[in-house]
Design a binder for this molecule. Structure first.
Ligand SMILES: [Zn+2]
Ligand SMILES: [Zn+2]
Length: 124
């Protein structure tokens, strides 16, 4: 039994290894980073959401700067950068996702990723 509940969805206890995700949002204001403590199932859910909405960080994608929202078919100006690091287990390199989104799509993604139930970095 992990010591702390998963923070995705209604808090729930889980068996097995704990995974964590750090999500940063940078708008014109100061960037903020929050943390999810995840069970395996919800780590997979979060990974699928990031896969659908953001780009996987590779040497080829880093450095590109888009001016419009990257959501499918969206032409609104970008308003926020999302940067997600998903850690599989202690010490391994995280999966990284990044994307530039307009205000609307940023809010939609924040809801999907359950931004409001995330922990402050530094909490257990
Ligand atoms: Zn969970
Ligand atoms: Zn958009």
């Amino acid at each position: 039994m992990a010591m702390y509940p998963c923070t995705f969805g209604p808090n729930h206890r889980f068996q097995g290894a704990q995974r964590s995700a750090y999500i940063s949002r940078a708008a014109s204001t100061r960037p903020s980073t929050l943390k999810h403590r995840l069970c395996k199932q919800h780590a997979n859910t979060l990974e699928a959401l990031c896969d659908a909405a953001l780009n996987t960080v590779t040497p080829e994608t880093s450095g590109e700067q888009s001016k419009v929202c990257e959501a499918y078919d969206c032409v609104n100006p970008r308003s926020e950068t999302f940067y997600v690091r998903l850690f599989n287990e202690q010490g391994s390199d995280p999966d990284e996702f990044i994307g530039e989104l307009c205000e609307l799509h940023a809010e939609t993604l924040a809801d999907e990723l359950q931004w409001r139930s995330m922990l402050r970095v530094g909490d257990a």
